[in-house]
Design a protein around this ligand. Sequence first.
Ligand code: CIR
Length: 256
Amino acid sequence: MFKNVIVKKPCSRITEGITSSPELGKPDYQLALKQHEAYIKALKSCGVEVTVLEADEAYPDSCFVEDTAVLTRKCAIITNPGASTRKGEIEEMIPVIKKFYSEDCIEYIKAPGTLEGGDVMMVGDHFYIGRSARTNPEGIRQFIAILKKYGLNGSEVTLEKVLHLKTGVNYIENNNMLVSGEFIDKPEFEKYNKYIIPPEESYAANCIWMNGKVIVPANFPKVADIVKKAGYEIILVDTSEFRKIDGGLSCLSLRF
Ligand code: CIR
């Protein structure tokens, strides 16, 4: 069960966020703020305490807090984002993490290692780490060494097509996994109950399990149906403005 969530409000420079889909247009800042508020409301309805950080105008992508840290039940790991325009985001996150974790269990990914939290998928005490354009082998090596120090485990997953591991695969507890595209046939996920996300709704493979309920992006009816049929109560949240800059539901929060 999660007790806490950290989010950060989008800043007005969200229109300058990194994107692989410029054809979707630029995010509407006012609408992004409204959608972010609805996201917070959805999280609160799952019984967690939500820490809402003020917007940081220095970093267009800073609402995607998930990439700055990985918060486990044993330790907090501050990342070193692979995107050069995002590296500084960790500076504001460190003091926030210190409110929840004591200094001796806060660890850091150090250059030349890079790692972004969107590449880390937690399945109990095992962490799958995507080797992506943002997360490099040295970052993965450091991350697994840190996990081992705390009695946790990790393993690498290669990916070619998507930005982050969790862009395409997400664990929703009870051995259930939402898989899309290149992850459907990965041998490492064979042991899970796989729910295949159709390609036209692949964006919505990024759902989040929140204390028994699953938050699903709005306007992806097939995915909503799949998750409901898997036995979950779902909460829909519209993330259209974040999608324009490759952001999904999980990217917008740190859950621990
Ligand atoms: C980026 O490219 O870094 C942002 N525009 C999107 C980050 C999405 N984060 C995530 O999937 N964890």
